[in-house]
Design a protein around this ligand. Structure first.
Ligand SMILES: *Cc1c(COP(=O)(O)O)cnc(C)c1O
Length: 400
């Protein structure tokens, strides 16, 4: 990164993020280039956002055409692209209705507001039954609601008092949730795979057990699929293999393939909890964002990407597991599903992320010294193999 960029960053960028090591200026497919002209295999995908890699022609074309026809119209008026997208998302999630927003945190906020309305309906009084139970290891966003719902303490530090009424139990431990969920609980919210929390998949039995627990108590079962949704795990939603039906689902990251858009699906039975005036978003689901998201869905369908991710993801995780035999001093094993994969390290993840970047592979760290590999959904086997070669080289260098 040149010294001018560094100086500008130092002077004008809020220091809420760690100092960036490079400056990315261009992308095409699975590759990205920095300001020095260095080429990278981009398995950071903007943190599971660039579902089709960089600048997929269909995505670029859809945004260019839509920008030249209608960019924004607010939610005062009907927007056919939004209705098309809503219908398609219900096709994946089940009978329900869709609210559009712009980010993951806004999507989870919407689920918290849904929980309050549901609790009020059950108890007959506002502010009576309002507890939301989430996992201790979870991440649900950086707003006050999101921080309060997030189990990890490092996210909340310095920002108390938080929103009351959130409680936490241990992920993948049904008994722990049973101890916390009670008649005061309005909803349970979990990620089907902990993303920031270390790429830890929920077991099918855990999700099924939560569904039964929510049915017993009347609480809503809500899923945060902000990172796992959009085909990343080889099905459109990561909870699909468990067979459970959720009451609400938050989505965002991969939905627009790099254009900011979030969404919440609410099951039919609960969709009428929101009434005119009770929630909204100025930008939410604007025509440009919906055109981008529709282009992503069309490519997923036309190129058979769910099946592609399902098949190659299993192969990728097997290959990653192989590193624990080759480098037992550095690698414990691998976790994940589809193209949401994590190499579980025996060594601090930071230096491994740096070494990978210096060798031409962009990755993302997660809690517990996990190296996240998040290839675009349309990554080929050859491109995965190139990434594995770089990883092999890096781990060889580090095991010295
Ligand atoms: C990224 C993420 C969020 C927050 O999304 P933003 O768009 O950054 O607000 C919420 N939940 C999960 C599971 C995430 O991975």
């Amino acid at each position: 990164m040149d010294s001018e960029t560094q100086a500008l960053h130092q002077e004008f960028s809020l220091k809420n993020y760690a100092a960036p090591p490079i400056s990315i200026v261009r992308g095409a497919g699975v590759h990205a280039w920095d300001s020095d002209g260095r080429k990278y295999l981009d398995f950071s995908t903007g943190v599971a956002v660039n579902a089709l890699g960089h600048c997929h022609p269909a995505w670029v074309d859809a945004i260019q055409k839509q920008a030249a026809s209608l960019g924004h119209c607010s939610n005062l008026y009907a927007n056919p692209l939004q209705l098309d997208l809503a219908q398609r998302l219900c096709g994946f999630a089940g009978p329900g209705e869709i609210f559009f927003c712009n980010s993951g945190a806004e999507a989870t906020e919407t689920l918290f507001k849904l929980s309050r309305l549901h609790g009020q309906k059950l108890s007959g009084r506002e502010a009576q039954r309002h507890k939301v139970v989430t996992a201790k290891e979870s991440f649900h966003g950086r707003t006050f609601g999101g921080m309060s719902a997030t189990g990890q303490d490092k996210i909340k530090a310095g920002f108390r008092p938080l929103v009351p009424g959130f409680d936490h139990a241990e992920f993948n431990n049904l008994e722990s949730f049973r101890q916390v969920v009670d008649q005061g609980t309005a909803a349970v919210l979990v990620e089907p795979i902990l993303g920031e929390g270390g790429v830890r998949p929920a077991t099918a039995a855990f999700l099924q057990g939560l569904r039964a627990l929510c049915d017993e108590t009347g609480a809503l079962l809500l899923l945060d699929e902000v990172q796992t949704g959009g085909g990343r795990t080889g099905t459109y939603f990561a909870h699909e293999p468990s067979g459970i039906q959720a009451d609400g689902i938050a989505m965002a990251k991969g939905l627009g393939g790099g254009f900011p858009i979030g969404a919440v699906w609410i099951r039919d039975a609960h969709a009428n909890l929101f009434q005119p005036g009770s929630h909204g978003s100025t930008f939410g689901g604007n025509p440009l964002a919906c055109a981008a998201a529709l282009a992503v869905l069309q490519v997923i369908e036309a190129e058979g990407l769910l099946q592609h991710v399902h098949e190659l993801g299993a192969w990728l995780i097997d290959a990653l597991r192989g590193f624990s035999e080759k480098f037992p001093d550095l690698v414990f094993g691998a976790r994940g599903l589809g193209f949401l994969t994590g190499l579980v390290l025996n060594t601090p993840v930071g230096p491994v992320v740096t070494a990978c970047r210096e060798a031409g592979l962009l990755t993302v760290p997660a809690v517990g010294d996990v190296l996240r590999l998040l290839p675009p959904l349309n990554t080929t086997q050859e491109e995965l193999e190139s990434a594995l070669e770089i990883l092999q080289e890096v781990l060889s260098g580090l095991s010295g």
